[in-house]
Design a protein around this ligand. Structure first.
Ligand code: ADP
Ligand code: MG
Length: 409
């Protein structure tokens, strides 16, 4: 399948060509024709599979028919959970619309609203927004959503995880009843299905297979190590193996800060990115990582979700996620664009159950090794092995556990 066969305008094909895309990804191949027909879509595909172009390209094409360059109104709204993601989608939309007369802009919190408001006043066709700032500006009557024809909810599962359900409901009430809705998510959870039910109208379901080549191109292994030796181990691996760049996941913001400090102390250029950092600090960390000045980016799941950081040779789970699906999202950051990557997990005694859950989900036993000098203590008196009772408690209360954990991040 070629992009030429999807019924896209020459001006869009030109932009795709300039991006250097050879052929559409599976999700693009499926979603583009359906969206062009004006249908609502509920789509799920893993991180890094090209969802952004999947909804942006047909959206741009549909908007060329209704936009008016003399009097621009917000005709498309793209909602996304984080500021970084909003900024990234905005960059993509600008690139894909390079040869089309449509204007887009992005709004998010944490920065001065005035430049955002004046850009909207000058007239935009496409608005990319995080829920909070959008509602804020709408309340101030700095923007109107009454002409929206296309709504995109990107990373919808993460929006729900981050507690945006109520904001989403409020935003829905500000939109015209008749519109096209596109919901993109990395997973098809029960919560997503119920969100979709309230928003989408007779949607076409699009799901691309879980076992995609991205995951197959990743070499995965586990280092068994004691909790208090994890930072020393990772610092040694980075130095010994001369890593160029790595994304390191921690479970908490506090843990991200701690690890980052230790790395800097060990003369490794590192930065942390998480929800407690100011917008400026997050942008700076991400820019530094993208241009290679920052070697190690330490992140929590929420902060890293959806960010497009190409060609990452290493992804490290400093702690295993307690939501197994997050493991798949995390390691999806390596082995992108056909390059081979390594996903390394540092697993201590009390994470063994998480490891078993992950292995069950991916249907694979992850090979494990130990590093000389970092062998786990054989008689860990301080780290009890979780017993059966605890485990079943965990699975019963999975929902509650997950929420608690999300709040901590
Ligand atoms: P997702 O939203 O599914 O996580 P993105 O839309 O962020 O994925 O795309 C991931 C990366 O793949 C981006 O760098 C994007 O430019 C690239 N990409 C998208 N579509 C294609 C394609 N058809 N061919 C090659 N690269 C692509
Ligand atoms: Mg995306």
């Amino acid at each position: 399948m070629k992009f030429n066969n999807l019924g896209l305008l020459p001006s869009l094909l030109k932009a795709i060509n300039e991006k250097g895309y050879d052929k559409p990804s599976p999700i693009q191949e499926k979603a583009i024709p359906v969206i062009l027909r004006g249908k609502d879509v509920l789509a799920s595909a893993q991180t890094g599979t090209g969802k952004t172009a999947g909804f942006t390209l047909p959206m741009l094409q549909l908007l060329t028919k209704s936009s008016n360059s003399q009097n621009r109104k917000i005709k498309a709204l793209i909602l996304t959970p984080t500021r970084e993601l909003a900024a990234q989608i905005y960059e993509n939309v600008k690139e894909y619309s390079a040869h089309i007369d449509l204007i887009s802009t992005v709004i998010f919190g944490g920065v001065n609203q005035n430049p955002q408001v004046s850009k909207i006043k000058r007239g935009v066709d496409i608005l990319i927004a995080t829920p909070g700032r959008l509602l804020d500006l709408e309340n101030q009557r700095a923007l109107s959503l009454s002409n929206v024809e296309i709504l995109v909810l990107d990373e919808a599962d993460r929006m729900l995880d981050m507690g945006f359900q109520r904001d989403i409901n409020k935003i829905m009430n500000l939109l015209p009843k008749k519109r096209q809705n596109l919901l993109f998510s990395a997973t098809f959870s029960k919560e997503i299905k119920s969100l979709a039910k309230g928003i989408l109208n007779d949607p076409v379901l699009i799901e691309t297979s879980k076992e995609n080549t991205t995951v197959e191109a990743i070499i995965q292994y586990v280092y068994k190590v004691d909790k208090n030796q994890k930072s020393n181990l990772i610092i040694q691996l980075i130095k010994e193996e001369n890593w160029t760049q790595a994304l390191v996941f921690t479970r908490t913001k506090h843990g991200a800060n701690n690890l980052c400090k230790k790395m800097i102390k060990a003369n490794i250029s590192a930065a942390a990115i998480h929800g407690n950092k100011s917008q400026g600090a997050r942008t700076k960390a991400l820019a530094g990582f993208k241009n290679g000045v920052v070697k190690i980016l330490v992140a929590t799941d929420i902060a890293a979700r959806g960010l497009d950081i190409p060609l990452l040779p290493h992804v490290v789970n400093f702690e295993l996620p307690n939501i197994s699906e997050d493991y798949v999202h995390r390691i999806g950051r390596t082995g992108r664009a056909g390059a081979k990557g390594e996903a390394i997990s540092l697993v201590c005694n009390d994470e063994k159950q998480y490891l078993r859950d992950i292995e069950k989900l991916i249907g694979l036993n992850i090979p494990s090794k130990t590093k000389i000098g970092f062998e786990p203590n054989k008689n860990p008196s301080s780290e009890p092995i979780p017993n059966k009772q605890k485990r079943s408690d965990f699975s019963r209360k999975k929902g509650g556990d997950r929420n608690r954990n999300q709040r901590r991040r």
